[in-house]
Design a protein around this ligand. Structure first.
Ligand SMILES: Nc1ncnc2c1ncn2[C@@H]1O[C@H](COP(=O)(O)OP(=O)(O)OP(=O)(O)O)[C@@H](O)[C@H]1O
Length: 302
């Protein structure tokens, strides 16, 4: 378990007689940005609360930093920062005052407040009242609060929810900085694959409390089979010719025929075949199913 900041082993969790998390085995590598993806109601927040021991897991199913959570609660929680739902910010205090309060509460030296404001890019807004902050700034202040005790692991539940495009970019860049320059491990939940795709190194996809995919972003990409898209005149007869020659035509629109991509050489041969038979090929390109569609496939078919 040494390589994982978080490991759950067949985790199960019920609210009453409703199963919310089922046989969930997460493996979050140290130093990764782990995108925890799933549609609304999939069980992401519940899982994050379990990882924070806010909801109690059965023993020997949740390990953080290699240690069982229920029997090492305090020692583990000292090393985790979290932002779950709304950040707890006092609007009538400045950003800096909010952080200084947190320092006093945790017995950390107050200088840490300035350090964290710079880290999340709020140094210039340090003395502005938090209720004058944009949503993105509030979210970054929330992340600064979570970071103040210098945790190794950050759990962020939908941190870009409700943010405008600028706010999303701010939070996204901050996560990348924290992982690459400050060696934090980050688990970030989202229901939007496009959001996760831009930051995460690893992905876990859940639906109805069950893990449907877990791996690196590249492994997720590999799941989507590459296609060869051919723009050609006279689609119907071109398609008939290709099928006759043994090509697997998967879809056909008014302008484009899609066949499974095999190799560059095969694509060249296909091009020659069409041209020799009098067709005009205006374009030939390799395309992967985009991840958004793949995500929908994965979550719909299960
Ligand atoms: N305290 C609770 N008591 C009973 N059921 C709950 C409770 N909290 C959550 N649930 C149920 O657990 C399921 C998973 O909810 P959860 O909030 O973990 O999902 P989520 O993936 O975070 O979704 P969202 O993005 O909508 O927050 C939902 O069906 C929800 O209604």
């Amino acid at each position: 378990m040494g390589n994982y900041a978080i490991e759950t082993v067949g985790l199960n969790f019920n609210f009453g007689n409703q199963t919310i998390v089922k046989d969930l085995s997460l493996q979050v590598p140290n130093g990764s940005i782990y995108g925890f993806l799933g549609p609304n109601g999939a069980g992401k927040t519940t899982t994050i609360k379990i990882l924070l021991n806010l909801l109690k897991s059965p023993s020997d199913q949740v390990f953080i930093f290699g240690k069982e959570i229920n029997s090492n609660r305090i020692a583990i929680l000292k090393r985790i920062g979290a932002l779950v739902e709304q950040p707890a910010i006092y609007g009538h205090l400045t950003g800096k005052e909010n952080l200084v309060n947190r320092c006093i509460l945790l017995g950390i030296k107050k200088a840490k407040a300035d350090e964290m404001l710079s880290l999340v890019g709020l140094a210039e807004a340090a003395n502005k009242k938090a209720n004058k902050y944009s949503l993105g700034m509030k979210q970054r202040l929330g992340i600064a609060q979570a970071l103040i005790s210098d945790p190794e692991l950050l759990l962020l539940d939908e941190p870009t929810n409700g943010l405008d495009p600028n706010g999303i970019i701010e939070v996204r860049n901050l996560m990348i900085d924290l992982a690459t320059k400050h060696q934090k491990t980050i688990l970030v939940s989202s229901h939007l694959l496009a959001e996760i795709e831009r930051t995460a190194t690893h992905v876990g996809i859940i639906n109805k409390g069950q893990l449907l995919f877990q791996g690196t972003i590249n492994e997720l990409h590999l799941l989507s089979k590459p296609m060869l898209e051919i723009e050609v005149d006279n689609i119907e007869s071109a398609s008939t010719l290709l099928i006759k020659q043994g090509y697997e035509v998967t879809t056909k629109t008014e302008k484009v025929i899609s066949v499974l991509f095999v190799s560059s050489q095969k694509s060249g041969e296909l091009n020659t075949l069409l041209i020799q038979n009098g067709f005009t090929v205006s374009s030939l390109y390799q395309q992967r199913k985009d991840l958004e569609n793949l995500f929908l496939d994965i979550t719909n078919t299960n």
